[in-house]
Design a protein around this ligand. Structure first.
Ligand code: FAD
Length: 478
């Protein structure tokens, strides 16, 4: 069967069966050619149901050599290429329409070197894969808050999570990466080798090549950490968030904290008082001594009268999976928009509370994250990830299931974000950016700021023809 695949300019390439057979003969993994059909059979379907997946060819790679061959095949035939790590792109950046998907979901290996406190992680691993292996040694590296998210996209885009204040962003803990470049070469990026590429990978997204292996620095964490999870009535958000703000700015680095607003589902095992009820959840992790941590987190449990309080010493791996049930793959349509705030004023809090009250659906969230500590120890130009001073980020994360609600959910998100520009600095966090009709480079200039020029120069060195373009796309500029 001849397969038709699209090129970046929209023209089409015919790939006869014998050409695909040749690719199959090389790969240790699989070559699947659904030729434009929906790929519900992908081993790892994309998370955001708003972005349909119809790759003409999907290469399920098992190692670096497969990735080299897949890249070479796509280059030889001039195909549009998407790269999938965890498939959790909010913007649907690993969903390819009729092009070729380089799928790393079979590459989940994690190897821990406890002596040197390093973890070697394959490019398709999920956060939960890393936590599972590193926690066997009482170690961890800062990753995100939902265990099904991919290590690759999260790290390449910065990576916020429960350990940031003490240990920095995920990308700050990257010490080495193995990268398959657009021309098929395999290179190492580290402080010593290809340092320009290493700089760009720490925040610059998937622009520069396919990362087949990440090496992370590890820290002693857990196995039990102090966890705060106090559920307050959403109507009290204004007061709760003022108290939270005053607490977090003085909290020790062991504490990383956030507020999530949602209408809590009627989840089995959770008390009825919060079923189908709009709540503001004040969450925090203290990654040091557990008893000390519970004492330190106590004020977050007394910001008002919680409807329910989940706070307790908890296994770190349980904290890392606690939010998973709310974010199933391909079940939710999603559009998120975030921005940083240099100050969380009372007026900003009132605006957040007002938008939290007029959310269009139960899973439209208005979240506030406290940032700082080790994240701010790194200079804005030391890595490609430029935001190193704002103490807060607000993110409007809309999720819904019916396509008929697309317009209203997206409109709410955009208008809430627009209103927030009165209090925030307008700079988005690209990992928390959805896409409807926006072009791929929509937020790139604002998000990268001063670092964009250097990123464009590095792109010109490593990917001059913009082979890797399904990402927050930086155009090459020599
Ligand atoms: P994919 O969809 O596989 O890829 C995303 C982008 O990275 C694409 O451009 C892709 O081409 C590129 N890419 C993927 N793998 C590779 C690779 N091996 N080499 C080169 N490029 C690659 N972010 C946070 O910082 N903290 C959080 O706590 C957090 N929580 C989240 C929770 C949910 C439910 C969701 C949906 C997202 C969350 N995110 C969070 C955002 C997340 O980090 C980004 O969406 C990230 O891009 C997902 O990475 P992925 O590998 O899963 O995605």
């Amino acid at each position: 069967m001849t397969v038709t695949a699209v090129r970046p300019d929209g023209s089409r390439e015919q790939l006869p069966e014998n050409v695909l057979e040749e690719l199959r003969a090389h790969l240790r993994g699989q070559v699947v050619a659904p030729d434009g059909a929906d790929v519900a059979t992908e081993p790892r379907v994309a998370w955001n149901a708003m972005h349909p997946e119809r790759p003409s060819i999907s290469t399920r790679c098992t190692g670096t050599a497969d990735v080299v061959d897949a890249v070479g095949f796509a280059r030889e035939h001039g195909l549009l290429v998407g790269v999938r790590g965890g498939g959790h792109s909010v913007a649907g950046l690993s969903s390819v329409g009729e092009g070729m998907l380089i799928d790393l979901s079979l590459m989940r290996g994690v190897q821990v070197d406890p002596e040197r406190r390093l973890a070697h992680v394959q490019g398709g691993a999920l956060l939960g894969d890393v936590d599972r292996e590193t926690q066997a040694f009482g170690l961890a590296t800062p990753l995100g808050r939902v265990s099904e998210t991919g290590v690759a996209g999260l790290t390449l885009g910065g990576g916020y999570g429960h350990l940031n204040a003490k240990y920095g962003l995920a990308c700050d803990n990257l010490v080495e990466a193995q990268v398959v470049l657009a021309d098929g070469r395999v290179v190492t990026a580290s402080a010593e080798q290809n340092p320009d590429l290493f700089w760009a990978l720490r925040g610059g997204g998937g622009n520069f090549g396919v990362v087949t292996s990440f090496t992370f620095r590890l820290h002693p964490v857990g196995p039990v950490v102090a966890f705060a999870g106090a559920f307050y009535p959403l109507g009290e958000l204004g007061r709760i968030e003022r108290g939270w703000r005053d607490y977090v700015v003085g909290a020790p680095r062991e504490v990383t904290s956030f507020i999530v607003t949602m209408t809590f589902p009627a989840a089995p095992g959770m008390p009825e008082v919060i079923h189908d009820r709009p709540v503001a959840i004040v969450g925090a992790v203290h990654c040091g001594d557990v008893d000390d941590g519970m004492t330190t987190l106590q004020p977050l449990r007394e910001l008002g009268t919680p409807l329910f309080d989940l706070s307790q010493p908890m296994p770190y791996t349980a904290v890392q999976t606690a939010f998973d049930p709310f974010f199933p793959r391909q079940a939710l349509r999603a559009y998120w928009k975030s921005q940083y705030l240099d100050e969380l004023t009372d007026d900003a809090i009132d605006a957040i509370a007002a938008r939290a009250a007029d959310r269009p659906g139960p899973m439209s969230l208005a979240n506030t994250f406290h940032l700082g500590g080790a994240v701010h120890d790194v200079g804005a130009e030391e890595t490609a990830f430029p935001e190193r001073s704002a103490p807060f980020m607000v993110s409007f994360d809309s999720m819904w299931s019916d396509a008929a609600d697309d317009a209203s959910a997206i409109a709410w998100t955009r208008s809430a974000w627009q209103e927030m520009t009165r209090y925030g600095n307008g700079t988005p966090f690209l990992n928390f950016t959805g896409r409807d009709d926006e072009p791929l480079d929509a937020d790139v200039a604002t998000a990268f700021g001063r670092n964009l020029r250097r990123l464009a120069e590095i792109k010109a060195v490593y990917d001059p023809e913009n082979f890797f373009r399904l990402n927050n796309n930086v155009l090459p500029r020599a």
